[in-house]
Design a protein around this ligand. Structure first.
Ligand SMILES: NC(=O)c1ccc[n+]([C@@H]2O[C@H](COP(=O)([O-])OP(=O)(O)OC[C@H]3O[C@@H](n4cnc5c(N)ncnc54)[C@H](OP(=O)(O)O)[C@@H]3O)[C@@H](O)[C@H]2O)c1
Length: 329
C-alpha cells in the first residue's frame, strides 16, 4: 500500500513516500481502509521530532504520519466486539493515517453517522474533540463567562469561538491579520483584535473594566503567553494548549502570583479521551452539531498522498484559513 512517513526528524524534505505491506491488527486493534486523513499542525510537530521523548504521545521512528482519519473497518483484531466489518469510523491521536490502510486501537474509533461524509469526519474529529474538552471540561465555559481565544482563525481557534458562543460566553479573539480577523467575526467573536505586540492584553482589560477575562486559550506560546497572563482576571485560568510559536521555557511560577494568583494548565487531548465511551461521546457531540448546522468546519484544501507537502507549507507559513484533508480511497 502507499503511505507517507518519516525515518528522521526535520523539515518537509524528510517526508518519504513508501510502498509497504498492509499492517495487521493485533488484539484490541482494527484495520481501517482509510478514505480521508486530516492534516494538522500536530503532523508538523511530529515531523519536527517534538514527540521523540513524549510519554503522552510515544511517536517513534520510523513512523507513518497522520494522526486523524476516517474510513471503513476492514479487519478486526482478536477480542474486538464493538465494531463490525464495513462500519464507517473516524479516529484521532493514533498515528498512520497518511496511508491506504491504518491499524487503530478499537478504543480510539468512533462511529460516523450516515449524515457525515468521510472528508468532514476526518476534518472534524481531532480539532472538534479538542475544542469540546477545552471548552466544557477545562475552561468550563458557560453563560456569562468571558474568554480570550488566540489564533481564532486557526483550526481549533475557529471551533473554540463557535463553542464558546454557543455556551453563552463573551468572546475576545486575536489573529495576525485583518483577513483572519474576519473569519473570527464570522463565527461570532464579540471583540476581535490583532496581537499588536502584546497590546491585545490592554484592549481586553479596557473592555472588561480593568478586570480581564475568566479564561484565556493560548496555543501560540512563546510570543503571547506572558501577555495572556495580563489579559486574565484575578484567579482566572490560562489554558496553554499548544505552542505553534515555540514554548516559553523560562517561566517562574511567581509570575502567576504577580499576575493575580492565576491558574496555568498545559492540557492534552489524550488525557481527555481516556476510554472508548469518551471518544464516542465527544465525536457524537461534534458530528451532531455539524449535522444540525450549529458548528461549521470549512474544508479549504483537498490533497492526495502525492502532494501533502503543500498543505504542510500552508500551515507552517500561516497561510491556512480552514482545514485541509488528504483524499485517499
Ligand atoms: N493540547 C491539546 O489537546 C491539543 C490538541 C490539538 C492540537 N493542539 C495544538 O494546538 C495548536 C494549534 O493547532 P491547530 O490545529 O488549530 O493549528 P492551525 O490550524 O495551524 O492554527 C494555528 C494558528 O496559530 C497561529 N500562529 C501563531 N503563530 C504561529 C506560527 N509561528 N506558526 C504558525 N501558526 C502560528 C496562526 O494564526 P495567526 O496567523 O492568526 O496567528 C494559525 O492559524 C498546535 O500546536 C497543536 O499541536 C493541542
Amino acid at each position: 500500500m502507499k503511505a507517507i512517513g518519516i525515518e528522521q526528524y526535520g523539515g518537509p524534505e524528510v517526508l518519504i513516500r513508501k510502498d509497504i505491506e498492509v499492517p495487521q491488527p493485533k488484539e484490541g486493534e482494527v484495520l481501517v481502509k482509510v478514505r480521508c486523513a486530516g492534516i494538522n499542525f500536530m503532523d508538523i510537530h511530529t515531523r519536527q521530532g517534538k514527540y521523540k521523548t513524549s510519554r503522552t504521545y510515544p511517536v517513534r521512528l520510523p513512523c507513518t504520519l497522520g494522526m486523524e482519519g476516517s474510513g471503513d473497518v476492514a479487519k478486526l483484531g482478536a477480542g474486538v466486539t464493538s465494531l463490525d466489518l464495513g462500519d464507517r469510523v473516524a479516529w484521532c491521536i493514533s498515528w498512520g493515517a497518511y496511508a491506504e490502510y491504518a491499524v487503530v486501537p478499537a478504543s480510539r474509533l468512533a462511529h460516523i453517522p450516515d449524515s457525515i461524509a468521510y472528508d468532514l469526519a476526518a476534518a472534524a474529529i481531532f480539532q472538534g474533540s479538542t475544542a469540546h474538552y477545552l471548552i466544557d471540561d477545562v475552561g468550563q465555559i458557560k453563560a456569562g463567562s468571558t474568554c480570550l481565544i488566540h489564533a481564532a482563525s486557526g483550526g481549533i481557534g475557529q471551533l473554540l469561538v463557535q463553542l464558546a458562543k454557543h455556551r453563552g460566553a463573551t468572546v475576545f479573539a486575536t489573529t495576525s491579520s485583518e483577513s483572519k480577523a474576519e473569519v473570527a467575526r464570522k463565527h461570532g467573536a464579540d471583540h476581535v483584535m490583532l496581537y499588536d505586540n502584546g497590546r491585545f492584553a490592554d484592549r481586553v482589560r479596557e473592555a472588561t473594566d480593568g478586570k480581564g477575562v475568566d479564561v484565556v486559550y493560548d496555543a501560540v506560546g512563546r510570543t503571547t503567553l506572558r501577555d495572556s497572563f495580563r489579559a486574565t482576571r484575578v484567579r482566572g485560568l490560562v489554558v496553554n494548549y499548544g505552542s505553534v510559536a515555540g514554548s516559553l521555557t523560562d517561566l517562574d511560577p511567581i509570575e502567576l502570583g504577580e499576575a493575580g494568583s492565576l491558574f496555568l494548565t498545559r492540557p492534552r487531548l489524550a488525557d481527555h479521551l481516556a476510554d472508548a465511551e469518551t471518544v464516542q461521546r465527544r465525536a457524537s457531540d461534534v458530528f451532531a452539531a455539524l449535522a444540525d448546522g450549529s458548528l461549521t468546519i470549512g474544508i479549504s484544501g483537498r490533497y492526495t498522498l502525492d502532494n501533502v507537502e503543500e498543505a504542510h507549507a500552508q500551515l507552517e507559513e500561516r497561510r491556512q484559513l480552514g482545514k485541509s484533508v488528504v483524499m485517499i480511497g
